[in-house]
Write a protein that binds this ligand. Structure first.
Ligand code: BGC
Length: 451
């Protein structure tokens, strides 16, 4: 008799949804929140599709109670949220805005009321505009110095209830896109050296946050960073291609992972940055490479790599017909999640990996008879989960998975058109409608297996 094997996950596996403050909260200028670089950037004509701003977004600032109720109803036991730095320090530093703290107290309490464990990201790209103006933002280490007291404030105010801390989300994105090609806030186009400097400042800020959690986090506090290394997928799972993928992984991701895990800029880093090395002080690495408890990985797509004709690794471009989501950067490459997790486990001996984001962006049509049949998203996530399951079976220490995203939200320069949510949001009425993928994922979480 043919019987399918249940694709179960380990008992202690953590499932949940992920979201970020600037993409859902709205209330961009309410209760003394200062402007972020995204509030400014979104107002520059031509930068964001349809000129969409973050002003209202999903109005989660006012609707958080209902949102958490829905999240719990769908079966989530964990929620990765982020805190808006300019809501806590409207100018990035100086005096705290108590109304900002109050809001996150309410959100955390609502999580706990519904049996949802909060995982809090301290920085998800919404840098206070004042720090961009006063210091040049991530170009300058004074921004990392300001991050220290901000992290202290969060841990001291929320640390009695928040035990899982994520320092920074995706250094690669807000540095390269924000200061290199200018497609994200603050929209600067700086030299490669300056971009490498922004990475360095962000790594220092991460270090400050780890220090804050160790100092004030109390019993059971855990901390990690969320990185989005470019996953390198061996074209074939043969020794040669696997080695090519591994070498390429180390090099193309060397600006973040090497200093974090090796405690220095290594040869791989110097090879990649050439003469454009960031200015650093030797003792910076004591702060940067403090031991963390887990590594968060955001995985969406990857690059195929093979041993090239001359024996060196060769990165293959995606051919035009390769399947993608409506977000065309999002090539459908489920093996990325297997290889990304496996590479970091093998290369850096990471003890615990949490997939802090994975999901798919499509331009879903509004509900019909109360339904959004997003089979495309369901199948995308399902294929990635099968590869994640394979990695665990092979001994990779993956301990959790957060689906991006709970509800449709502000997709940065793609505005509100591109939808990553498993809950459909009607921005005119703020009505939430769980899509087919939400109900399916709820069942996956409840049964702890792929269905
Ligand atoms: C970011 C999210 C974003 C998602 C989809 C990740 O890079 O952390 O903020 O919405 O990808 O593009």
């Amino acid at each position: 008799m043919i019987r399918s094997q249940p694709l179960s996950f380990p008992k202690s596996f953590q499932w949940g949804f992920a979201a970020a403050a600037p993409q859902i909260e709205g209330a961009a200028f309410e209760d003394n929140k200062g402007p972020s670089i995204w509030d400014t950037f979104a107002r520059i004509p031509g930068k964001v599709l349809n000129g969409d701003t973050l002003d209202v977004a999903c109005d989660h600032y006012h609707l958080y109670e209902k949102d958490l109720e829905l999240m719990a109803k769908l079966g989530a036991k964990n929620y990765r949220l982020s805190i808006s730095w300019p809501r806590i320090f409207p100018k990035g530093r100086g005096s705290v805005n108590p109304l900002g703290i109050d809001f996150y107290n309410r959100v955390i309490d609502a999580c706990l009321l519904h049996g949802v464990t909060p995982w809090v990201t301290m920085f998800h790209w919404d840098l206070p505009q004042a720090l961009e103006e006063d210091f040049g933002g991530w170009r300058d280490r004074r921004t990392a110095d300001a991050f220290g007291p901000y992290a202290d404030t969060l841990v001291k105010s929320l640390g009695d209830r928040v035990k899982n801390w994520i320092t920074i989300n995706e250094i690669f994105c807000f540095t390269q896109d924000g200061y290199g090609n200018g497609t994200k806030a603050p929209g600067a186009k700086e030299s490669e050296q300056v971009v490498n400097q922004t990475y360095h400042t962000a790594l220092l800020a991460h270090g400050e946050a780890v220090r804050a959690v160790r100092q004030y986090g109390g019993h059971g506090a855990r901390v990690g960073i969320t990185d989005n290394p470019i996953p390198t997928i061996p074209l074939t799972e043969t020794e040669g291609d696997i080695e090519a993928a591994r070498q390429t992984f180390i090099e193309i991701n060397s600006r973040v992972l090497e200093p974090l895990y090796r405690g220095e800029y290594t040869d791989a880093y110097f090879k990649v940055v050439g003469p454009n090395v960031a200015h650093f002080q030797q003792e910076d690495f004591d702060l940067i490479s403090q031991k963390t408890d887990f590594l968060g990985l955001n995985v969406y797509t990857g690059q195929f790599v093979r041993t090239g004709a001359n024996g060196s690794p060769e990165i293959l471009p995606f051919p035009k017909s390769y399947p993608t989501a409506d977000a065309t950067w999002l090539a459908h490459a489920p093996q990325a999640i297997y290889w990304c997790a496996r590479h970091v486990a093998e290369i850096y001996e990471v003890p615990s990996i949490i997939i802090t984001e994975n999901g798919a962006g499509y331009d879903d049509a509004p509900p019909v008879n109360g339904e959004v049949l997003d089979l495309h998203r369901r199948d995308y996530v399902r294929n990635y989960l099968r590869e994640l399951h394979r990695s665990i079976g092979d001994g990779v220490p993956v301990d959790g998975y957060f689906l991006w995203s709970f509800m449709d939200n502000y997709e940065w320069m793609d505005g509100y058109q591109r939808r990553f949510g498993v809950v459909y949001n009607d921005y005119a009425t703020q009505q939430r409608t769980p899509k087919l993928s939400a109900k399916w994922f709820g069942q996956v979480m409840a049964e702890n297996r792929i269905l």
